[in-house]
Design a protein around this ligand. Sequence first.
Ligand SMILES: [Zn+2]
Length: 164
Amino acid sequence: MSKPKAIRSCAFCGLKTEKSKLLRINLPDLSFDFFQNKNYRSFYVCQNAKCIHKVLKKYAVAKHLKTDVKDTGNILLANIEKELSFIITNLFNKGSLEVNNIKDYTNLILCKKSTCLSGENVLSIGEKLYRGSTDVCVVSSKAYSKLLMNYRDIITYIDGLMEN
Ligand SMILES: [Zn+2]
């Protein structure tokens, strides 16, 4: 029997789901906890723009913030973007490959949008999250692969913002 999945609720809308599908944000600095394992007070939020933009106004979150949240606007989104960008850039630095050398897709492949690779194990990354020079990388770590696939919605959203 597999162990039961940990369930958490979004601090804005209250949606209950597996915590791995939500974004964990640490307090009071509002950093995005990619591995969901840092030992800070934290809250969870859905991977969508509405919840991310409004969650800081919720009293349960706002009471832990040091600054007034009125003008924070995109601060949370920017922090999520910064952390994802740092992690994705490191993965590209470690596992970069030529597009022509991608033979099997058993591992997660990260690729720049411009390469037009596609498939179940392919996650395309826009310039907001990776600005380096290589086009493709293979993620050899299962833990990173799983987390990145879980964060697919927010990755797609952040990349989509570029088009506006
Ligand atoms: Zn929500």
